[in-house]
Design a binder for this molecule. Structure first.
Ligand SMILES: C[C@@](CO)(OP(=O)(O)O)[C@H](O)COP(=O)(O)OP(=O)(O)OC[C@H]1O[C@@H](n2ccc(N)nc2=O)[C@H](O)[C@@H]1O
Ligand SMILES: Nc1ncnc2c1ncn2[C@@H]1O[C@H](COP(=O)(O)OP(=O)(O)O)[C@@H](O)[C@H]1O
Length: 283
């Protein structure tokens, strides 16, 4: 059996995001379209026979046992009684608190990668349920298909979206998801729509209900929205901090990035309907 796997942990974008209510436990009910990007982190997973889980290099500000990668590995051991372990090396490219789902994607790659490396053969159903225990955004990365999501993001319907080139701008700050959902001014009562209606309108009709709140809580995000918005139709992803624009050609994307003020960071990427993780695993 293979002892080492090198696997991608792609970024996601929320192509639109509506907040349609609030549950009794305080969590917000969403309607959102998730899409993957051909850009993200990379994990190298090497099997160990002694049950230990190691993660390198250390990530600033996150203790190893809090890291979603280590938590995903431990959860898989606890749920299955598997006595194998792993050395995990992370190449981190996605900004933390960026709305690109980096931590959630790392967790999903750990679940699917160790399932393969340890020969567990768990189905996607069980892996997605374990993922949900780690975070609301983990199941979509486990499923690996562009999706219409409802609830807190766990009720997923696969969809096929357009796959344009995007410019993603990171304004150099992190946005705390809890601060956005705790803000008094947040719109929480957008009337629910059907998936068919969301898809029918297409990109020009899409918006993110978090955007006005994040704009006022976090001026650098407002600046990034305005800067990119002068060049192409721009939106916030998730609760930020990253903003993205859909562009017509790779050349246009490169022109925009070449113009970038030094206070921002940016990358270009293509939208994908199948996660590169699933492509790599042949799922
Ligand atoms: C809203 C999304 C859209 O993709 O934003 P991003 O995190 O990607 O920016 C996600 O679903 C976020 O999911 P995730 O990042 O896992 O959120 P968590 O860490 O579980 O939530 C942090 C805090 O935000 C609040 N929260 C989160 C999700 C939600 N649907 N309703 C909430 O009220 C809760 O107070 C929670 O304690
Ligand atoms: N492997 C990981 N990568 C990124 N963040 C992680 C990881 N493990 C735990 N976290 C925590 O999850 C938080 C959210 O990170 P991330 O998923 O990158 O942002 P977002 O949810 O905005 O897309 C981070 O601020 C960090 O405290």
């Amino acid at each position: 059996m293979t002892a080492t796997l090198n696997l991608p942990a792609p970024a996601k974008l929320n192509r639109m995001l509506h907040i349609v209510g609030r549950r009794a436990d305080g969590y917000h009910e969403l309607q959102t379209l998730f899409q993957f990007l051909d850009y993200g982190d990379t994990l190298q997973l090497t099997r160990r026979d002694d049950g230990d889980i190691t993660l390198s290099p250390a990530m600033d500000g996150i203790r190893s046992e809090e890291n979603l990668i280590v938590r995903a590995a431990r959860l898989l051991q606890a749920e299955t009684g598997c006595r194998l372990g792993a050395d995990i090396h992370l190449t981190k490219r996605l900004p933390m608190g960026g709305g690109l789902g980096g931590g959630s994607s790392d967790a999903a790659t750990t679940l699917l990668g160790l399932d393969r490396l340890w020969g567990l053969g768990l189905g996607e159903e069980r892996l997605a349920a374990m993922g949900l225990a780690l975070g609301a955004d983990v199941p979509v990365f486990v499923r690996g298909r562009s999706a219409w999501a409802e609830g807190v993001g766990e009720r997923l319907t696969p969809v096929t979206l357009d796959t344009p080139c995007f410019v993603v701008v990171h304004p150099g700050v992190a946005v705390a998801t809890a601060a956005v959902f705790g803000a008094a001014q947040l719109t929480r009562d957008t009337p629910p729509i059907t998936m068919a209606r969301a898809l029918q309108g297409g990109a020009p009709s899409w918006h993110n209900d978090c955007e006005p709140t994040v704009r006022s809580l976090c001026p650098p995000v407002a600046e990034a929205l305005d800067w990119l918005g002068r060049r192409a139709p721009t939106m916030l992803t998730g609760t930020g901090a990253c903003v993205f624009a859909r562009v017509e050609t790779d050349a246009e994307a490169k022109r925009i990035v070449a113009d970038l003020p030094s206070r921002f960071m940016a990358f270009t990427a293509r939208g994908l309907n199948l996660s590169p993780l699933h492509a790599a695993l042949g799922r």
